[in-house]
Design a binder for this molecule. Sequence first.
Ligand SMILES: [Zn+2]
Length: 134
Amino acid sequence: MDKPLPVATPTSRPFWDGLRDGVVRIQRCKACEGWVFYPRSHCNHCLSRDLEWVDVTGKGTLHTFTLARVPTAPFFADELPQRLAVVELDEGVRLTSTLVGVEPGAIEIGMRLRPVFETAGDGETTLLRYEPDA
Ligand SMILES: [Zn+2]
């Protein structure tokens, strides 16, 4: 069963293109210097539309997680338990991802994480996963 994949929009395309190039790229506001994620047309801090894309390390800490022992959708039945995570990047923004390369019992809130760039089933889309940064 083909898994659903993200569809880039004009606003989010730089983020997805960055992942394809092995880079986590997020927006920063040139007016207030606030970091912005998810991709938007304006700053969520000050509403300025003067945003720039910045390459970051993609590293962060595990803010919270869920082990889904029942698949969140039939597409993910082969990933159980799903290791669903909210990662706080070092820039302070949070994103939803999936943990890889870690046993469920070894997952701890606050653990350091680094990005994993995973080519999706279509061979074109790159997904952002996270693994322990030991
Ligand atoms: Zn701003």
